[in-house]
Design a protein around this ligand. Structure first.
Ligand code: HEM
Length: 522
C-alpha cells in the first residue's frame, strides 16, 4: 500500500547532487582563499546545505510530540454478532465482509518533547488513519478508555499544569496535582494513570480506545451512539514503576524500537476492533451521562462486538515525512460515521486542523501521508507549498468556483438519507447534570488486582509527597469519596513518607559532608 500511496520513485543514479540537480564533486571541503584563508560568500553549495540544515526542525506537536508509526490494513468482519453491520452504519469501511482498507497508525506519549523517554507515566496516543474509498477517516484515541476532563475549555490549563514549569523547565507534581485536586472529574483517569495501566510495556501490547461516544448512521438516516476499542492480539502488558525505571536506565526508546523491530522481523502486531452500541438519547436510567468521556460503558451493561482487525506490516521509510508530518483529527469522518454532542470531542475537532495548519502548513493535506487514497477535487487552491499534483486533472482549470454553467466541479449525490438530529435549548455555560465524579473511579480501584492497587498507592504517595499539605488533603478527600480504603491508604502512605523523607534527608547531609571532592586530573 505504502509505495503506491507515497508514490515514491527512486533514482537509480547514485550521484550526489544539490537541490538544484547540480552534481556535487567535493562534499568534504568548503572553498577558501588559499589553504588557510577565509571562506567566501559565493560558496553556493555550502550555503544551501547549511541553510537547509538550519531549517530542518518544524514545531513539534504541542502534545503527543514523541511518537512511532507504521503502515498496515484494517479488515472488516461486516457483522455485529449475526446481524449485518449495515443495520447500524452505512460506512463502507465496515459494511463488506473481508474488505481491506489501508491504514497508518501513530502511537505516542503525551506530555514531554520529541526525544523524551518512552518509559514515562503518561497516557499513550493511539491514532489511526483509514484511507477509505470515501476519503480519510481518523480515529484519534488513547490507550486508556477515559479522559481527565469533559470540557474543552479546560484543556490548555490541564496541559500547562502537566508540562514543565515555565520557569524551571522541570515537570512538577505539585503543579499537576494543584490542577487535578480541583478537577474531581479527573479521579477516574488519575486512578488508571498512577497504576501500572499508566505505563504500557510498549505499543504492541497496549489497548486503544476512541474514548468518546461517536455516532453511526445507517441508510435510513437513523443514528446510534458508538464507542470504539482496540484489543491487542499479542495480549496486554503494563509496567510497574520499578520495571519502567529499570528499562529507562538503559534504553529510553524501547517502545519505538520494539515496534520497529517486530515489524522488520515479520512479527506483525494485530489489534481487533470492538464497538459498543447504545440507542441515541439521554439514557436517564444511567447514573452517568453516556456522552461523558470520563466514564466507561461497562461491558456487562453494553456488550463489546468485534467488527474487524488491524494488522501493521510495514515500517515507515522516512520518519519525518510520515510519522512527523502525519496529521490526524477528530473531524475527519466519512459517510456513515458522525459526531456525538460530547463537548470535549467537539472542542478537539477545531483544535487538530488548526494546529496542523500552523505545525505543518496550510496545504498539509497535499502531503502523501495525509492525502486521501481517492481522488480529491476542490476549489481551495494556492497558499504556501501548493503543488496540486493530481488535483488539476479533475477540473476545468479556469473555473475554481461553484456553481458554474461553464465547467468546474459539481456537488456529489447524497449517498443515503441525511441524519438530521433535532436540537433546541438556551445558550448557556453549565456543568452536565449527572457528574458522578467518583463512582466509577472507586469501582476501577476495587476491580484492580492487589499488586496493581499497591503500585497505584505507592505511585500516588510518591507524587503527592512533593505537594503542599492543602493539595494532599484535597486529594485524600476525593480519593476517599471514590473508595474509603483508597483514601485511607494514600493518607497513611503520606504520613509514613514524611517520616522516611526526614530520615533520608539527614542521612544525605551526613554522607555529603563526609565525601571528599574529586581532584582535577589536569
Ligand atoms: C494530539 C488537542 C483531547 C488524543 C493533539 C494535538 C492537539 C490536541 C492540538 C496535536 C495535534 C498535531 O499537532 O497534529 C486536544 C484537545 C483536547 C484533546 C484540545 C481536548 C479538548 C484528547 C483526547 C484524546 C486525544 C480525549 C484521546 C481520546 C490525541 C492523540 C494525539 C493528539 C492520539 C496525537 C495524534 C498524532 O499521533 O499525531 N491533541 N486533544 N486528545 N491527541 Fe488530543
Amino acid at each position: 500500500m505504502k509505495d503506491e500511496h507515497l508514490n515514491e520513485e527512486h533514482e537509480s543514479d547514485e550521484t550526489l547532487t544539490n537541490r538544484q540537480g547540480h552534481p556535487v564533486t567535493d562534499n568534504q571541503n568548503v572553498r577558501t582563499v588559499g589553504n588557510r584563508g577565509p571562506t567566501t560568500l559565493e560558496n553556493y553549495d555550502f550555503l544551501e546545505k547549511i541553510s537547509h540544515f538550519d531549517r530542518e526542525r518544524t514545531p513539534e506537536r504541542v502534545v503527543h510530540a514523541r511518537g512511532a508509526g507504521a503502515h498496515g490494513y484494517f479488515e472488516s468482519y461486516g457483522k455485529i454478532g449475526n446481524e449485518p453491520i449495515s443495520n447500524y452504519t452505512r460506512a463502507k469501511v465496515f459494511t463488506e465482509v473481508g474488505k481491506q482498507t489501508p491504514v497508518f497508525v501513530r502511537f505516542s506519549t503525551v506530555v514531554h518533547g520529541n526525544h523524551s523517554p518512552e518509559t514515562l507515566r503518561d497516557p499513550r496516543g493511539f491514532a489511526v488513519k483509514f484511507y477509505t474509498e470515501d476519503g480519510n477517516w481518523d480515529l484519534v484515541g488513547n490507550n486508556l478508555k477515559v479522559f481527565f476532563i469533559r470540557d474543552p475549555l479546560k484543556f490548555p490549563d490541564m496541559v500547562h499544569s502537566f508540562k514543565p514549569d515555565p520557569v524551571t523547565n522541570i515537570q512538577d507534581m505539585e503543579r499537576m496535582f494543584d490542577f487535578l485536586c480541583q478537577t474531581p472529574e479527573s479521579m477516574h483517569m488519575v486512578t488508571f494513570l498512577f497504576s501500572p495501566w499508566g505505563i504500557p510495556a510498549n505499543f504492541r501490547h497496549m489497548q486503544g480506545s476512541g474514548v468518546h461516544a461517536y455516532k453511526w448512521v445507517n441508510k435510513e438516516g437513523k443514528a446510534v451512539l458508538v464507542k470504539y476499542h482496540w484489543e491487542p492480539v499479542q495480549g496486554i502488558k503494563n509496567l510497574t514503576q520499578k520495571d519502567a525505571d529499570h528499562i529507562q536506565s538503559t534504553n529510553f526508546n524501547h517502545a519505538t524500537q520494539d515496534l520497529y523491530e517486530a515489524i522488520e522481523s515479520g512479527d506483525y502486531p494485530e489489534w481487533e476492533l470492538y464497538v459498543q452500541i447504545m440507542e441515541d438519547g439521554e439514557h436517564p436510567e444511567l447514573d452517568f451521562d453516556p456522552l461523558d468521556p470520563t466514564k466507561l460503558w461497562y461491558k456487562e451493561d453494553v456488550p463489546w462486538h468485534k467488527v474487524g482487525k488491524m494488522v501493521l506490516n510495514q515500517n515507515p521509510e522516512n520518519y519525518f515525512s510520515e510519522v512527523e508530518q502525519v496529521a490526524f483529527g477528530t473531524g475527519v469522518l466519512v459517510d456513515g460515521l458522525d459526531f456525538s454532542d460530547d463537548k470535549l470531542l467537539q472542542g478537539r475537532t477545531y483544535s487538530y486542523s488548526d494546529t496542523q495548519r500552523y505545525r505543518v502548513g496550510s496545504n498539509y493535506l497535499q502531503l502523501p501521508i495525509n492525502k486521501p487514497a481517492k481522488h480529491v477535487a476542490t476549489n481551495q487552491s494556492a497558499g504556501q507549498m501548493d503543488y496540486r499534483q493530481d488535483y488539476a486533472d479533475h477540473q476545468n482549470p479556469h473555473v475554481n468556483y461553484e456553481p458554474s454553467l461553464i465547467g468546474g466541479l459539481k456537488e456529489a449525490e447524497n449517498p443515503g438519507k441525511e441524519y438530521e438530529p433535532y436540537v433546541e435549548g438556551k445558550l448557556q455555560r453549565e456543568k452536565i447534570s449527572r457528574e458522578n465524579n467518583f463512582g466509577q473511579a472507586g469501582e476501577t480501584y476495587r476491580r484492580m488486582k492487589d499488586w496493581e492497587r499497591e503500585d497505584l498507592i505507592d505511585n500516588l504517595v510518591i507524587a503527592l509527597g512533593d505537594c503542599r499539605k492543602e493539595i494532599q488533603d484535597r486529594m485524600i478527600s476525593m480519593l476517599t469519596a471514590c473508595d474509603e480504603d483508597y483514601g485511607r491508604r494514600v493518607s497513611e502512605g503520606l504520613a509514613t513518607l514524611t517520616e522516611t523523607n526526614e530520615k533520608k534527608m539527614e542521612d544525605a547531609v551526613q554522607e555529603s559532608e563526609q565525601r571528599s571532592h574529586p581532584s582535577d586530573p589536569y
